[in-house]
Design a protein around this ligand. Structure first.
Ligand SMILES: Nc1ncnc2c1ncn2[C@@H]1O[C@H](COP(=O)(O)OP(=O)(O)OP(=O)(O)O)[C@@H](O)[C@H]1O
Length: 203
């Protein structure tokens, strides 16, 4: 569903990570670990197709639904309108599963712009459920979430995996997803050599 073979990525003109290989099949999840600035976001952006890899091959990008630091919400649309917008964009219809999974039913008619930070994050994560995409690529998904919302998120990931989905998640917290979830420490892949040219296209 997702395969990285010997992938290198850069930010600005600076190589950040090199030699990253991984594969995710149905029901599999991998947690990315590494200190601040080690390159987790850069790698996930490349996996999501938001920037090219410097080298290597990324297969299965068409399967990916990405949730990054920005929630990607339309402030002047309601919660349900946001979900309907994304459902239409991905050619799906059902938003009720997403509303229930992230406890958003009571907020359905509220403008997204008027939500709290944690509520916005819940709505941003609920978007994943309406994409119908099997591989979730998530960058610090639990930022702004309280303990109850982290539990909702972990349950949504578990259900996604149980239904044959996959997930690649950069997170500093233990999501309690179980011992079968792999961990990749990106610090082991820190790039060793400076860039040969000054390509600023990724900024
Ligand atoms: N827009 C940018 N232009 C140039 N360099 C950047 C840019 N954004 C990040 N960087 C640099 O790229 C490197 C990797 O950053 P990245 O955001 O991928 O790390 P991270 O592991 O996700 O960090 P964190 O845990 O703090 O989120 C860092 O040295 C960072 O300073």
């Amino acid at each position: 569903m997702l395969e990285l073979i010997d992938v290198s990525v850069a930010r600005g003109s600076v190589p950040v990570l090199e030699g990253v290989s991984l594969a995710l099949g149905p029901g599999e999840a991998l947690v990315l670990r590494g200190p601040n600035g080690s390159g987790k976001t850069t790698l996930l952006r490349a996996v999501a197709g938001l920037q090219p890899a410097l080298a290597g091959r990324i297969g299965g990008q068409e399967n990916v639904a990405y949730a990054g630091h920005a929630d990607g919400l339309k402030a002047s649309l309601s919660v349900s309108e946001n979900l309907r917008f994304w459902a239409a964009a991905f050619g799906t219809r059902d938003i009720s599963t997403a509303l229930v999974a992230y406890d958003l039913s009571a907020l359905e008619v509220r403008w997204a712009g008027n939500l709290s930070a944690g509520q916005k994050r819940r709505l941003g994560l609920a978007r994943l459920l309406v994409t119908g995409r099997p591989v979730w690529v998530l960058d610090e998904p639990t930022v702004s979430l309280d303990a109850a919302s982290v539990a909702l998120f972990a349950a949504a990931v578990r259900a996604h995996l149980a239904q044959g989905g996959a997930a690649l998640i950069a997170t500093h917290i233990d999501l309690g997803l179980g011992a079968e979830v792999g961990v990749l420490d990106v610090a082991r892949h820190r790039a060793r050599f400076p860039a040969a040219s000054g390509d600023e296209a990724f900024l």
